[in-house]
Design a protein around this ligand. Structure first.
Ligand SMILES: Cc1cc2nc3c(=O)[nH]c(=O)nc-3n(C[C@H](O)[C@H](O)[C@H](O)COP(=O)(O)OP(=O)(O)OC[C@H]3O[C@@H](n4cnc5c(N)ncnc54)[C@H](O)[C@@H]3O)c2cc1C
Length: 408
């Protein structure tokens, strides 16, 4: 077994981007990609959007099998890592294979959060995290359309809301139940959460917020009904959209430091310098010394580039600007930066009633921008936030002119 190997555990966005960065540096021949999934790494965002709505849409791989072969990257699909021996620097796969490593990169992402009250294997309870979930959900949704059945989504987070909008566009009756007093947790501002609520209700989805769920009635491996706000609500099919938990079981089992994610420094090294962690599973140190874990394609891609630099012996601390997008039916949300605790907010109306941007300032600097159907505002906001220069409230009425005056 070669001792020069880089073993990447995971088959998602972070793993794919790391393979691309290492291949670009001519290091593909050292890389083993080990994924629990049977598909090569693919684009995950369409799974709750176009993939569910188009019966003939295929899973979109980042790179074809031939590319991995050309780069000398050895792929191990459908064969999860089951244990890490850090002392021997070896990972053990479910198939019994053992891979030695010089560097190990954990890119294990997250897994869907579930509820103890709902045992696994119920025929009409689903989660949406990977291609296999999406394939079976797409089939189920088309059967439901034919049978006129109702979809209940538990949880008003991004994935639950994207799925609810897709199901409405397919013609299904849809209900969303959220226990918090607002949608989208604390990841967006209150005015944006209110707009999103109105948008979904406008699409004909029965969205209820601040609900109390007291219990579930299960019969012959099916969820029959739920106790909601003291009343019995019948369930045809339920999707759990109650968030995700970082997939840290391997890291914990081999003794790495873990706390809501695998703890990494700004160069994405774990408590063992031979092991890195990137993407949704990693809780990283920001340049300000705060601990952050993000679930986004941007974060997975940018951390992969930082990790490649670390593996190639360069110290390039991770400092990329966070940004995110979500498509919920005809509404495209784009967020840049991190929402401050007490922002001063400026609203800029867009070209039509369904488009606007909320600029959130703190200490005279633009910290965050939330755009609805306003992609140019989003792109300019990213530049303005990155520039880190003082911004006048009034100047945000025209960010294009502002950007030009600030950056030339
Ligand atoms: C339905 C859906 C829609 C989304 N839409 C958006 C969007 O619109 N915009 C956006 O920015 N983000 C979106 N996201 C989030 C985005 O996809 C994630 O942030 C991104 O995929 C994170 O990349 P990752 O590589 O860290 O983790 P993942 O892409 O989740 O990949 C983790 C991989 O690790 C594998 N794995 C786990 N344990 C093991 C093991 N022991 N051995 C081997 N392999 C293992 C998993 O099987 C998986 O392949 C969406 C996510 C989902 C599920």
């Amino acid at each position: 077994m070669s001792t020069e190997q880089i073993v990447v555990v995971g088959g998602g966005h972070a793993a794919a981007a790391l393979c691309a960065a290492l291949a670009e540096a001519g290091q593909g021949g050292r890389v083993h990609l080990v994924s629990a999934e049977h598909d090569l790494p693919y684009q995950r965002p369409p799974l709750s959007k176009s993939f569910l709505k188009k019966a003939d849409e295929a899973i979109a791989p980042h790179k074809a099998a031939a590319w991995y072969a050309e780069q000398g990257i050895e792929t191990h699909l459908g064969d999860p890592v089951e244990a890490i021996d850090r002392e021997a620097r070896v990972v053990l796969l479910r198939s019994g294979a053992a891979l030695a490593y010089q560097h190990l990169v954990l890119a294990t992402g997250t897994r869907a959060r579930t509820l103890d009250a709902l045992p696994p294997g119920l025929h009409n309870v689903h989660v949406l995290r990977n291609a296999s979930d999406a394939r079976s959900l797409r089939t189920r949704l088309s059967e439901m359309v034919a049978a006129g059945r109702r979809l209940t989504v538990l949880g008003g987070g991004f994935i639950g809301l994207e799925l609810a909008a897709s199901a409405r566009q397919l013609g299904l009756e849809v209900g969303v139940l959220e226990v918090a007093p607002r949608l989208l947790g604390r990841s967006v501002s209150t005015p944006l959460a209110e707009h999103v609520l109105a948008h979904h209700r406008g699409m004909g989805t029965d969205v209820q917020i601040g609900v109390r769920i007291d219990g579930f009635e299960i019969h012959e491996e099916r969820l029959i009904s739920m106790q909601v706000n003291g009343g019995q609500v019948a369930v045809d099919e339920l999707v759990l959209g109650i968030g995700a938990v970082p997939e840290t079981r391997l890291a914990t089992a081999c003794g790495l430091a873990v706390d809501n994610g695998v703890l990494v420094d700004a160069c994405l090294r774990t408590s063992d310098p031979a092991v890195l962690a990137i993407g949704d599973c990693a809780a990283f140190l920001t340049v300000d010394g705060a601990r952050l874990r993000l679930e986004s394609v941007q974060n997975a891609n940018d951390q992969a580039r930082t990790a490649a630099a670390t593996l190639l012996g360069r110290e390039e601390p991770y400092r990329a600007l966070p940004w995110f997008w979500s498509e919920q039916g005809p509404m495209r949300l784009q967020m840049a930066g991190l929402l401050p605790a007490q922002p001063e907010t400026v609203r800029r109306a867009g070209a039509n009633a369904s488009s606007f941007t909320l600029f959130h300032l703190q200490d005279g600097l633009l910290r965050c921008a939330e755009s609805v159907n306003a992609p140019m505002d989003h792109m300019m906001s990213r530049k303005l936030i990155e520039a880190g220069v003082p911004v006048e409230r009034a100047a945000l009425a025209d960010p294009a002119i502002l950007l030009k005056s600030l950056l030339g």
